[in-house]
Design a protein around this ligand. Sequence first.
Ligand code: GLY
Ligand code: MN
Ligand code: MN
Length: 463
Amino acid sequence: MFEQDIYVNRRNNLRQMISSGVILFLGHNESPTNYAGNTYRFRQDSNFLYFFGLNLPQLAGVIDIEDGTDCLYGNDTDIEDIIWNGDLPSMQEQASQAGINSVSPFRDLRIKLLSAIRKGRKIHFLPPYRGESKIVLSELLGVRISDLENYVSKKLIKSVVKLRSEKEPCEIAEIEKACDTGYEMHTLAMRMCKPGIYEYQITGAIEGVATGANGMPSFPIIQSQNSEILHNHNHNNILQAGKLMVTDAGAETYMGYASDFTRTIPVDGKFTKKQLDIYNIVLAANNHAQKIAKPDVFYYDVHTAAAKIITEGLKDIGLMKGNVDEAVINGAHALFFPHGLGHMMGLDVHDMEDLGENYVGYDDEIQRSTQFGTAYLRLGRRLKTNFVLTVEPGIYFIPALIAKWDSERINSSFIDFGKVREYLDFGGIRLEDNIVITNDGCRMLGKRRIPVTKEEVEEEMSK
Ligand code: GLY
Ligand code: MN
Ligand code: MN
């Protein structure tokens, strides 16, 4: 945990923003895999972690604005818990770690909330996303599960997004730790990659790097020689010479902070000319995005600039044609780059996605595009100092998408489909880095950039 002042200050800031009512943060419970006692690895809710820091199940935190108290609800361990799971700090000790003076047994939470509801006071809570939490909330508030969404507090969502978006120095330090573990994961994948081994051997090994750093992967690892599939979690193939292997993986630290990197490498350790031509376009788009990302710039504009670099590059090798600006306005690049340039990152790899992507990535100034491809851009709003985000352009040759656009003649004035057909077995390339916005630009996170140039990648793979 961070120092208790961090949590006290965060809660005080929130109090001022919400100004009246009772704010409820429900922590997570253990979640069973195949029977009650066999659970998934415990992962605390990120909003609870942010305001209370405690990484244990069956807790709730309540901030009562009018009476000025913060209270932690939960139960002390009993003798059965101690025998099977060991003793834990008392509730009082846990509360004091988070700078809270008041503790109550979990069963008192319902009494507290009912009394507030009877007085007509507003209970502010965030959108629940786990089945277990929905059940608990429904019982606590006396609201049907299907109606919960109607009672979610938009004011709380907006306030939490505001606070969590600008990372504190202690958070950036944690994210850097996650990035350093990400470096070890990706360089190990590069050294292991060769024809004849199973994808899952690499997945398992790099997952072990994250776990061995006292954390875990920040999301299920995407790693495949079918590199044109954006989020592929199947790792059953034997790596074949001539293919490109994508690894999209990051670590989560013990405190819950994430990294999220992608590298795409040639299975046999050397890029072909055809692969390198596409690779260098993606790298140029990534580098350019990092050059122009700074406070006050809309990330939508950075995305568009990256799309133009991609279009320009594809035009140079004959896959696209026509005016580059017009091609991008018409969304023609999305045949090859059908996703967004990046997203916020922090306590969640897609930070605060549970609160609603449009609250996190968009605001009154800019709304999400409805155009195919750009509609997947998770972050479009103006950047601010201390935002942490990903930069992840890509170029993919997705046979089903190419066939659809070709048969429907979509954007055919900007695309040479005859030439594109020569790339149907190419796969795809994505290169993803993590940055923090500084006062006048941005800085890449982590001690070193994961090998990214042709020379760096081939050298790492030869080790
Ligand atoms: N790891 C999924 C993503 O890059 O957004
Ligand atoms: Mn990623
Ligand atoms: Mn990402």
